[in-house]
Design a protein around this ligand. Structure first.
Ligand code: ADP
Length: 399
């Protein structure tokens, strides 16, 4: 049977999910962590069992070899030939990629070129793509871009009010991210609401380690909170989100420890957000626990996080001139009823109102009261499935 594998490769990790297609049946999934180290970990989930092994995983090719060998040794596949398609998640597609693309040498080079736009993500994706090309050279390989869904944004939204030459010379503009997730949850929300997506105005909130909010009109992204890079927008686990750009030049002038772009990039990407303010953790569960225990820094981090999310949602009410629904997704959006309640309860003027009986753990679909003018929804995201579907479209162009 034809199997497709969805890959999300970072600099030191590789998440995968194997599907029977076109049935869209998940056969197995796994995570390879600590690539580059002698004590790398490969975890495979199959048939209700989890197998985890510590191994020397020097590079991405070794990681992919371990993954393929695990598939064979665990009888998930009989031979490599059963894998007929590989789909790779790529964060930054810049202005090159408006949709998913067949991977060629030129495409790999372009993804590499775009690494400046997603320094935490694109280099890892390239390593993953190359590793699969080396081990499965004849299998169709597709790159699926987080930015593609946002290429429908109008110029008025994607341009920054800086001199034109920075756009023409360097392509500095808003690209957004998490597009695959926003697109998927918008489509699923329309199904739950039993309305054509073309008729809906949605504000989709992907709240995981990375956070982005998107205004979706008629199924198309018209504005999104992340910017040139995935650093922009709301406050995140370790990323600052948007701050006064003057902060950067000010820091350059007053902090001798921050004297290179790399150091500033690290300060804003890795040492900020929930982690920077709480000085405890980037993980929302730890922040919630800290807040419960009376930790003041956790309380402040949490309140700032909610405040920034509300402000972006409010902006998009203006961009869309009203909305039919707010959709929550990803690790925090799907699992934290408290975060959802705290965001929505502070903006009831907009016509939103959560029903506590529906806003429970494991909630799916509409969680607002019947009277709410604007619905609030929870839709679990499934980026891996979108990737597998895109691979399928390339394998069978008539679908
Ligand atoms: P990534 O962006 O890495 O894919 P996820 O979408 O998995 O991240 O989200 C990770 C975040 O979800 C973490 O901050 C984690 O604490 C949070 N999270 C997961 N489950 C819960 C929960 N039950 N309550 C609150 N936060 C949760």
């Amino acid at each position: 049977m034809a199997k497709t594998i969805s890959i999300n490769a970072g600099s030191s990790s590789l998440k995968w999910q194997l599907y029977n297609m076109p049935q869209e049946e998940v056969i197995a999934k796994g995570l390879i962590e600590r690539i580059g180290l002698a004590d790398g970990i490969s975890t495979v989930k199959f048939n209700g069992q989890t197998k985890s092994e510590t191994k020397d995983i020097p590079d991405h090719t070794a990681a992919v070899k371990i993954l393929l060998d695990d598939l064979i040794s665990m009888d998930i596949i009989a031979s490599y030939d059963e894998i007929t398609g590989v789909g790779h998640r790529v964060v930054a597609g810049g202005e090159y990629f408006k949709s998913s693309t067949l991977v060629t040498d030129q495409v790999i080079q372009q993804i590499e070129e775009l690494s400046m736009l997603a320094p935490l993500h694109n280099p890892g994706a390239v390593l993953g793509i190359r590793a699969f090309k080396e081990l499965l050279p004849d299998v169709i390989s597709i790159a699926v871009f987080d930015t593609a869904f946002h290429t429908t944004m109008p110029e008025v939204a994607y341009r920054y009010p800086i001199a034109n030459r920075y756009y023409t010379d360097y392509k500095i503009r808003k690209y957004g991210a998490h597009g695959t997730s926003h697109q998927y949850v918008a489509q699923e929300a329309a199904k739950v609401l039993e309305k054509p997506l073309e008729d809906l105005k949605l504000i989709t909130c992907h709240i995981g380690n990375g956070v982005s909010v998107t205004a979706v009109k008629g199924g198309k992204s018209v504005d999104t909170s992340m910017g040139l890079t995935p650093l922009g927008g709301t406050m995140m686990g370790t990323r600052s989100g948007s701050i006064d750009p003057g902060v950067i030049t000010y820091l350059l002038e007053c902090d001798s420890n921050l004297d290179t772009p790399q150091k500033i990039r690290k300060a804003l990407n890795r040492d900020s957000g929930l982690l920077g303010i709480s000085e405890k953790s980037s993980d929302m569960r730890d922040i919630l626990a800290g807040k419960e225990e009376g930790d003041e820094k956790c309380r402040l981090a949490y309140e700032m996080y909610i405040d920034r999310l509300r402000k972006y949602i409010a902006q998009y009410f203006a961009v869309l001139n009203g909305a039919d629904a707010i959709v929550f997704t990803a690790g925090i959006g799907e699992n934290s009823s408290l975060v959802r309640k705290d965001i929505i309860s502070g903006m009831t003027w907009f016509g939103v109102d959560i029903d506590p009986a529906k806003n429970v753990s494991g909630a799916y679909g509409v969680i607002s009261t019947d009277q709410a003018r604007v619905k609030t929804m929870v839709i679990p995201t499934d980026e891996e499935l979108v990737i597998a579907r895109d691979v399928e479209r390339f394998k069978n162009p008539t679908n």
